[in-house]
Every structure is written in C-alpha cells, then in structure tokens.
Design a binder for this molecule. Structure first.
Ligand SMILES: Nc1ncnc2c1ncn2[C@@H]1O[C@H](COP(=O)(O)OP(=O)(O)O)[C@@H](O)[C@H]1O
Ligand SMILES: [Mg+2]
Length: 356
C-alpha cells in the first residue's frame, strides 16, 4: 500500500521522496529489521532534522539513500526518488531518478555521491584519507566532478577552506588530517563535502564528538552556507537542542520508522506522538545546569531482531489502547498541513498486513 500525507511541506517542492523503505540485515542471528517502512519527503532548500534514540535507523536511512548499506544489509522493499532540477533553456525541468533502482556500485550512483548528494559523518577520519594532504583530497574531489585544471582546483580548495572558517587555508592545504584538531578535521570534511556544491548534504551526527564551542561554530557555519547556497540538508542527530537551532522541519524516528513529521515549531510546541512527547520531556530545560534532570522514557527499545505486533511503540506507551495498538500498525497521517503522525490517537488508518 502506498502512503499519502507523509509530508511536512506543501508537497510541491520535495527533493527526495522516500516511500515505505525497508532495509534488513540478514545475519546468522536472524533478520535485523533496521528500517521497517520509512516514509519521508525531504523539502528542497531547507534543513530537515532526523531524530530518535540510538539504533532507530537514522544512519541506515542515510546510507540507504546513498546506496551504501553495508553487507549483510540490503534494501528489501520501498523506493527512494531524487527529484533533479535541470535548466532547459529558459525553463526548469524536474526529472525523477529512482535511487533504489540503481546498482549500488554502478556509475550513476557513484556520480550522484559527492556530486549531487554529499555526506559527512561523526568521525572525519572515516572519510579523510590519512596519507594524503587535506588540499590533495579536496582537489581530487573537485577534479573528479568539475571540468577544471589543477591550478583552478587548488584555488577552489583554498577558497572553500576559507569559507568553512579555516585559518591560513593556503598553508593548511599542505597539512595531513592527523595534524589537525578534531574541529579542524570536521571543517575539512565539510569543505570536502561542499567542494562540489551538492544539492543535498546529509550530515550524520557531525558534531557529536566535538566540544560545545566548536559544535556551535560548525552549526553556525552549516546554517550560513545552507542559506547562501540554498542547499538541502538532512541533519541526523540525537540532540533535540541541535534540531531547534538548525532545522526547519523534523522527522522523529522510532524502531525503523518515521513516527512524526512536522515543522520544528509544530513539533516543539505541539508534539503529537507519545514517543515524541516523551523525547521532548527528556531534554533538560534551557539554562538548566544539570543533565541529571532528564526524564527517561519508560522501557527500552526492543531489539530489531524481534518483531513487535502492532505499533512498535505500544510496549512503552502510556496512551496505549489495548486491542488496537498491540494489533495493528498505524499509518503516517496528516493532522495539519505541516504535521503528520503515525498513531491511533489521531487516525484509525492502519497498514495493510504484510509479513516483514
Ligand atoms: N551489521 C549489522 N547487522 C545487524 N544489524 C545491524 C547492522 N548494522 C545496523 N544494524 C541494525 O540497524 C538498526 C539501525 O541502525 P542505525 O541506522 O545505525 O541506527 P542509528 O543511526 O539511529 O543509531 C540498529 O538497530 C542495528 O541493530
Ligand atoms: Mg547513527
């Protein structure tokens, strides 16, 4: 069954459309259902946050988009469609590229990675090569995707390092990644990701390993560059404070599904899903000095090898309707034009039964 209303935008200006995405890991222990029907519209030119507890499928959603799901995982069902804007004469034409139909090692997805969709990770050393200088790596990306010569590539590398706030960029391009601090390495990775002016930047917890001051600088920087270039950012984080600061819209994930999709204001002032409400209650108040005030969410996230009948959140939910929530799976349904939620408190619509 296809789902409608999975939109936190007006639906017209969507750059990436994810429908009913299932990504499973086939292991000796059984099937781990990392993504169990993710549906999501990513609005073009905006920052969309993806939040949820560890293990809910944030990184696998990102890796599925780029077709980089590691073995023994694979996409088993659903689709991911990229809406590519192209200038044809005076008019703009939108073509659809079904990323889920591409071969994961094929030429087409490889040219999309880094060129149209770039990704930055929590740990920059996983994407920076320790044996090449920062400049060489950025130049290599530029040379690979843009028709420029060596000299022009170097000039562009220096310029982009300057843009991301690197001091002395022309001497910095001769340094190796291990010679830089964590914050500087993160900036170098952002520079590398931005060197091809991607239309979509996927940032997977890029500041989690940094101190708060550096984190604040990097967040400011990304927001600035985003506004300047008009890039779309999918910003993955487990930190709702970062969402409030960075994002326009937000998707809340639970156990491999999006359970709430809203503008940031709508989510913070009027959360609907009991899980989103609990998440919001668990963040310390602004100005609070202690982290000990966190109100933990009752129960634990079930392990992804088991299947939960009904709504995956029902074992932890305070609002459970027995006979409904533990039997059927609710669909993502619009409650307002900027707010969708997957919960029987708001709609009786259930998913058709299909074994997963
Ligand atoms: N190699 C793997 N084998 C089995 N399960 C995996 C593997 N990698 C990830 N998973 C499962 O996928 C789920 C989602 O992981 P992930 O997307 O990394 O979560 P998040 O980024 O939200 O913390 C996890 O619950 C995990 O158990
Ligand atoms: Mg992750």
């Amino acid at each position: 069954m296809s789902e409608q209303a999975a939109s936190a935008s007006d639906g017209r200006d969507v750059i990436l459309q994810i429908r009913d995405l299932h990504t499973y890991f086939f292991t000796d222990l059984g099937i781990s259902r990392a993504l169990n029907g993710v549906s999501l519209d990513v609005p073009a030119g905006k920052v969309m946050g993806v939040v949820g507890e560890s293990g809910c499928g944030k990184s696998m959603t990102a890796l599925s988009i780029l077709r980089l799901v590691p073995k023994p995982g694979r996409i088993v069902r659903g689709e991911i469609v990229l809406h590519r804007k192209q200038q044809q004469g005076a008019s703009q034409v939108i073509t659809e590229v079904k990323l889920t139909d591409l071969h994961p090692q094929g030429r087409e997805i490889r040219s999309i990675r880094g060129d149209e969709i770039a990704m930055i990770f929590q740990e920059p050393m996983t994407s920076l090569n320790p044996s090449y200088t920062v400049g060489d790596q950025i130049m290599e990306t530029i040379l690979l995707h843009q028709q420029v010569d060596q000299v022009e590539a170097e000039a562009r590398a220096v310029k982009i390092l300057d843009q991301v706030g690197m001091p002395n960029p022309s001497s910095l391009i001769k340094r190796y990644p291990h010679e830089l601090s964590g914050g500087m390495r993160q900036r170098a990775m952002i520079a590398m990701a931005l060197s091809c002016t991607p239309s979509i930047l996927i940032a997977d917890e890029p500041t989690t390993a940094l101190d708060v001051t550096t984190e604040a600088q990097i967040l400011d920087l990304m927001r600035e560059l985003q506004a300047e270039i008009g890039m779309t950012i999918l910003y993955i984080t487990h930190n709702l404070g970062v969402v409030a600061q960075m994002c326009d819209t937000v998707a809340v994930m639970y156990l491999g599904r999006v359970v709430e999709l809203a503008t940031v204001d709508a989510l913070f002032y009027d959360p609907r899903h009991p899980y989103a409400k609990a998440l919001l209650r668990s963040i310390p108040h602004v100005g609070s000095r202690t982290k000990a005030r966190l109100e933990p969410i009752r129960g634990v996230v079930p392990d992804p090898y088991t299947t939960v009948a009904g709504c995956p959140f029902h074992p932890r939910c305070d609002m459970i309707r027995p006979g409904v929530c533990d039997v059927r799976v609710p669909t993502l349904t619009a409650v307002t034009d900027e707010h969708s939620v997957r919960c029987f408190l708001y709609s009786d619509q259930a998913e058709e039964n299909h074994e997963g």
